[in-house]
Design a protein around this ligand. Structure first.
Ligand code: UTP
Length: 465
């Protein structure tokens, strides 16, 4: 479509504000703005604006949900035997090269406010190890343990794709063979103000945002990643987020439960720390495994308790999934997941300036990967211990920050050292008081550490292994 037609289409759809200063733009700015505008799907946009109006006027209602069946942390002998069995199945799949690691790293990381891809953020308790490197070392160590290649697929987005690829190229693909790391971009969609008007992000562009981690399923298919997996004999995908260095990627136990149940998508959950904790809730809705976002859980369900006093909906989702390749192909190749709307502060271009609002001024549209759960025929929900698997970096300071993440990593490795008979200093809160960092390439777990730790190992002011 040429510029004239695009402008006419925008006028027809009551969006001519986007071209108010078009004549004053440089040739390059005109071209990039027109290219953004050409990507707008007006029938999609009309549906979203309609959805916004409906949701604004909808009354809050109690949701009909039930707790989901959960594979709880093993305590009894039979539960431990079941876990062992699952581990064996998972290890066989790893040895057979059936696994791929899949990182979603297309988010905007607005809360962290870091200039660059979030994966380049440094979170080593002692060293400057980045989130990308933590993940890379873990995948490489697990591949080595099972004598197989684990290809790594990384979803980026328009804003961070080039910088992500540059970082990997500059750092020798973090130890991977170049052909075993594949990058691809998710789609973007336009944001609008509260009147449904499209927003200019700068002189030469619209305000567009990545289409949410739910966009990963379609992007896996469109990019050829799924075809590549099939060619390699991969049938199971270990899905994880960029901001949690404690995630166990390609966890053999999780793989085992997922495969034994012939599940299409499975999830790890943890016991919520309080009713209001800001994590999604795994439950059953109409008999289907579902995640209800914390913001959508009504007060009654949020605070409901079992007769034992335990929260009825205690299962908090931590966005760690196992997916079957065939399932991704069928969902990702078909219709999109439902759209979620969020009121956000969206920077906008105004008369030569880029204004960063201090209040939400518009709506972002996103899809969520967990909305694929109700589409499964079978799904496993597995409990993990918070301290073993969850150290997210979301904010610049305070809760879920790099600082809290480093402390959680030191605590985690401190427990490994203690299990190996080393005395580790702790404060009155139980936190380890020295920074400890153990590379997955040195030890992937407590047992490997025990086997490798030199005799008479002594704790100093900091530990790096
Ligand atoms: P978050 O929901 O924490 O969002 O993403 P975010 O963009 O990283 O951070 P905020 O909310 O702007 O502060 C969880 C994971 O999903 C990925 C992120 O990169 C992160 O790994 N994600 C999120 C995508 O890959 N694409 C998206 O569109 C959104």
């Amino acid at each position: 479509m040429d510029g004239k037609n695009i402008k006419a289409l925008f006028t027809e759809n009551d969006q001519s504000q986007i071209f108010a200063d078009f004549d004053a733009l440089s040739a390059n700015e005109k071209q990039t703005l027109l290219s953004d505008c050409a990507s707008v799907d007006f029938s999609w946009l009309a549906e979203r604006i309609q959805q916004f109006k409906q949701e604004e006027n909808a009354a809050v209602k109690t949701i009909e949900i039930e707790p989901a069946p959960i594979v709880a942390l093993p305590k009894t002998r039979s539960e431990l035997a079941r876990e062992k069995d699952a581990r064996t199945v998972g290890e066989e799949a790893l040895r057979a090269g059936r696994l791929a690691a899949f990182l979603v790293a297309g988010g905007q990381g607005t809360r962290l406010g870091f200039d660059g891809p979030k994966g380049c953020y440094e979170v080593g308790p002692v060293t400057d190890k980045t989130l990308f490197r933590w993940h890379a070392e873990q995948i490489l160590a697990r591949a080595k343990r099972y004598g197989a290649t684990i290809p790594w697929y990384i979803m980026t987005s328009r804003a961070n794709d080039a910088d992500t690829r540059k970082y990997f190229a500059k750092n020798d693909y973090l130890g991977f063979d170049k052909e075993d790391v594949m990058f691809f971009q998710q789609a973007v969609v336009p944001s609008v103000d509260f009147n449904g008007k499209l927003i200019r992000a700068d002189r030469g562009g619209l305000a567009l945002n990545p289409d949410g981690h739910g966009g990963s399923l379609g992007a896996l298919v469109r990019s050829g990643a799924i075809a590549d997996m099939k060619k390699r004999g991969v049938d199971t995908i270990s899905y994880f987020q960029v901001d949690n260095p404690l995630v166990t990627i390609c966890d053999p136990v999780f793989i085992g439960y997922h495969l034994k149940q012939h599940a299409q998508m499975s999830s790890k959950i943890l016991d919520k720390s309080c009713p209001e904790e800001k994590v999604g809730h795994i439950c059953l809705q109409n008999g289907k495994t579902t995640v209800i976002e914390y913001s959508d859980l009504d007060e009654e369900n949020m605070h409901a308790r079992e007769s034992s006093g335990r929260l009825k909906f205690w299962a908090g989702s931590i966005a760690i999934h196992m997916l079957s390749v065939d399932f991704v192909q069928s969902v990702g190749g078909g219709a999109r997941l439902p759209w979620h709307l969020a009121k956000k502060k969206i920077p906008y271009y105004d008369n030569g300036n880029i204004v960063t609002p201090d209040q939400p001024n518009g709506i972002k549209f996103e899809t969520f990967v967990f909305d694929a759960l109700p589409l499964t025929e079978a799904s496993v929900t597995m409990e993990v211990a918070r301290e073993d698997e969850f150290a997210p970096v979301k904010n610049a300071t305070g809760v879920d920050s790099a600082e809290s993440c480093r402390q959680l990593l030191s605590n985690y490795f401190g427990r490994w050292l203690e299990a190996a008979g080393v005395s580790v200093p702790r404060n009155e809160n139980g936190d380890v008081t020295i920074p400890i960092e153990i590379s997955p390439l040195f030890a992937l777990d407590e047992n490997e550490l025990k086997a490798k730790l030199p005799e008479g190992f002594a704790v100093g002011e900091k530990i790096v292994l």
